[in-house]
Design a protein around this ligand. Structure first.
Ligand SMILES: Nc1ncnc2c1ncn2[C@@H]1O[C@H](COP(=O)(O)OP(=O)(O)O)[C@@H](O)[C@H]1O
Ligand SMILES: [Mg+2]
Length: 369
């Protein structure tokens, strides 16, 4: 094939490719950047060419990407090259989206280059199955903890009437103790059955509670930024309501926290869902996830631009069965609280700087050993 034709063909390949194609050099500088990539990230060709590819990544990848490349060039250890994986991209307007990135390696004029192919997962056809699996895991945990929460609340509520019943039964027993007529004897028999059943009711509630509380929790030192980012992808938070602008402000290089990842993701997803539900009442819909380091631990905040907390529930938000929604169960936040407290952390609610509500979670930093 004549060289001119090859050139045309190459350019055509780039411009017609459905997936984004991004070629970087060994310093991470973008050399080639096709039309699909421009559309995906919202940057024009000249806004990215010659700049560091990390501008297309949210924290913590943004800060760590140069090191990833250096690491690879130094050790030859392949983390993503030739493999590909699901990662998060950052658009020009600051929003993030899930994408599948595969990276190949080549040599151009004696210099090493990396070719990245970016497939948008927002429509999530490709990884639908995997996401589904993980989502059902989340759902499972949510059911478990919902059950735990419900049974704890039920046990609490039912204990009083149950002991009142027991007292009445005991009084009836005493009243009939010396009676001789057949009707009274029959009544005594029935009363003994009532005692047995009442005792059983108490046991059932206790067992249910024990069962849920004994669920093993798999804790490991984790990077909270990644855990949050993954939760947002798994629960399709960005696509739950296309009118919501989701942003993240992650502090890089946070110390690891010792958490059961799935449980903490459950908390994040619960808070995000509540925020999105609350924002249905307003036109400007912003949802922000931020992390930072405080003297007491790692701080996560989830803030929205919704109507804020209704005064009538503000003081009891974390109690079970507190809801302002017609079809609400009112247990989401109480689950969040029990998960966070089981991790030795704290959760609180306040007014957010962007107008609506802000939920803050403090998690202790994982100890050295
Ligand atoms: N982001 C938020 N903005 C305003 N109100 C909220 C927000 N999150 C929670 N709430 C309030 O807290 C209540 C309890 O929330 P939750 O425990 O998740 O139960 P549910 O979502 O079933 O109502 C909600 O009904 C709502 O009134
Ligand atoms: Mg809720």
């Amino acid at each position: 094939m004549p060289e001119d034709d090859q050139d045309v063909l190459f350019r055509m390949l780039l411009s017609t490719a459905v997936d984004g194609i991004i070629v970087i050099d060994s310093r991470g500088i973008v050399r080639i950047w096709n039309e699909s990539a421009q559309k995906l990230f919202g940057y024009a060709a000249d806004e990215v060419a010659g700049r560091n590819v990390n501008m297309l990544m949210p924290s913590p990848y943004h800060e760590e990407h140069d090191r990833y490349i250096e690491n690879y060039l130094g050790t030859g250890q392949k983390k993503i090259i030739g493999i590909g994986r699901e990662v998060v991209g950052r658009r020009k307007d600051g929003t993030t989206f899930p994408m599948y990135l595969s990276v190949g390696e080549g040599v151009l004029n004696g210099e090493r280059i990396f070719v990245g192919i970016v497939h948008d997962l927002t429509s999530r056809t490709m990884t639908a199955r995997r996401v589904q699996d993980l989502q059902s895991e989340l759902l499972h945990v949510s059911r478990l903890s919902a059950m735990g929460q419900m049974s704890a609340a039920l046990a609490h509520e039912l204990n009083q009437p149950l002991s009142a019943i027991m007292n009445y039964i005991n009084a009836a027993r005493r009243t009939l103790a010396n009676a001789k007529d057949p009707a009274a004897l029959r009544a005594s028999e029935l009363i003994e059955k009532a005692v047995a059943q009442t005792t059983r009711a108490g046991q059932i509630i206790r067992q249910l509670r024990d069962f849920v509380e004994k669920r093993e929790s798999a804790r490991a030192p984790s990077n909270i930024n990644l855990v949050i980012q993954e939760a947002l992808i798994l629960a399709s938070i960005a696509s739950a309501d296309p009118n919501v602008t989701v942003t993240t402000e992650f502090e890089p290089n946070l110390p690891p926290v010792m958490i059961d990842k799935v449980q903490i993701q459950q908390v994040i997803v619960n808070l995000a869902r509540n925020a999105i539900e609350a924002m249905q009442a307003v036109n400007l819909r912003k949802l922000k996830f931020a992390t930072s380091l405080s003297p007491e631990g790692v701080l996560i905040s989830v803030s929205d631009s919704g109507p804020g907390l209704a005064p009538e529930v503000a003081g009891r938000l974390f109690h079970p069965f507190v809801t302002t929604k017609e079809k609400g169960m009112g247990i989401g936040l109480s689950i969040c609280q029990s998960i966070v407290e089981a991790h030795g952390g704290r959760i609180s609610a306040a007014r957010s700087e962007i107008g609506g509500a802000e939920f803050r979670i403090l998690l202790p930093v994982a100890s050295e050993d």
